[in-house]
Design a protein around this ligand. Structure first.
Ligand code: ADP
Length: 270
């Protein structure tokens, strides 16, 4: 109809317009074929990543388990050997964490099993397991979370999200400093902040941090390890709970990641 109407309006330019529209249909067809091809390639890549990372898990778990056993008999080892085995173990664990991230990012659907959970407990556990990393990086961990802080969440998945945020906050504070985790309930939502006074980011970087495989130019060439997957997984987890995550940051002035989750309606307001 549009072609006919245009034809009537333009009279002598009808043939020209037909050619133009036919051309644009062809381009549209080509474009949709390209998009379909790209989607297929992405799916194939995800399935390859998922298979390969799955295959990596078994030998890595065996390496970590065996190093554990050797360390269990550390009385028979020299202190230097213990130190080297501990380094190997830490790196194997880091590799395993990266493999887990890769596996999870290849699996497009994040599955959550929410139940009534005390978020204050999860924050405490997350800070507890980050303590060694923080000490090694000369970072102080502080917290201001009212306990209990009930929410209807999947404790394993939310712990994973918290671990990612806390470990990033420590990792991107190369000169040490303080990482502060706080939370409060406001208007039926839990607001949770993970704040650091580390290297921060530009506004352009902050706009992309939740994109898979994104690493800011400032860290890409540097020594801080990472895959660029943690925050995209964290975002998927939070959104799967009906929540949201945002980042406010300035280069050299630290970053604050804010997570918003539905509070547990059954729990008394705090
Ligand atoms: P990774 O840390 O493995 O690179 P993430 O997805 O967790 O991947 O983070 C993506 C990028 O966002 C990081 O590479 C880094 O450039 C930036 N980033 C994340 N957290 C912080 C932070 N707390 N301070 C500064 N930059 C950060």
């Amino acid at each position: 109809r549009a072609q006919r109407a245009l034809g009537r309006l333009t009279g002598s330019r009808e043939t020209e317009l037909h050619a133009l529209l036919a051309g644009s249909c062809e381009r549209e067809q080509l474009l949709s074929e390209e998009v379909a091809g790209l989607a297929d390639a992405l799916m194939a890549k995800d399935s390859l990543v998922s298979t390969v990372s799955h295959e990596f898990r078994t030998p890595l778990t065996s390496i970590i388990g065996n190093l554990d056993l050797v360390l269990g008999e550390s009385a028979e080892l020299s202190p230097a050997a213990v130190r080297r085995i501990e380094i190997a173990q830490r790196n194997a664990e880091r590799l395993l964490a990266m493999v887990s991230d890769l596996m999870m990012s290849a699996d497009s659907a994040v599955h959550v099993h929410p139940r009534r959970t005390d978020l204050a407990n999860l924050v405490e556990a997350s800070l507890g397991s980050a303590q060694a990393h923080a000490e090694a990086s000369q970072v102080r961990l502080t917290t201001d979370v009212p306990a209990p802080l009930w929410a209807e969440v999947d404790p394993l998945r939310i712990s994973q999200a918290l671990d990612n945020l806390v470990s990033n906050a420590i990792k991107y504070s190369p000169d040490g400093g303080t990482v502060h985790v706080s939370a409060r309930v406001e208007g039926g939502r839990v607001l949770l902040h993970v704040k650091d006074d580390g290297m921060g980011m530009t506004a352009a970087d902050a706009g992309q941090v939740f994109t898979r495989f994104f690493r800011s130019p400032a860290v890409r060439e540097g020594p801080i390890p990472g895959t660029g997957l943690g925050l995209s997984i964290t975002k998927a987890i939070i959104e799967r709970h009906g929540g949201s995550i945002s980042c406010s940051t300035r280069p050299g002035c630290g970053s604050t990641f804010t997570v918003e989750l539905p509070a547990d309606a059954a729990a008394p307001a705090l």
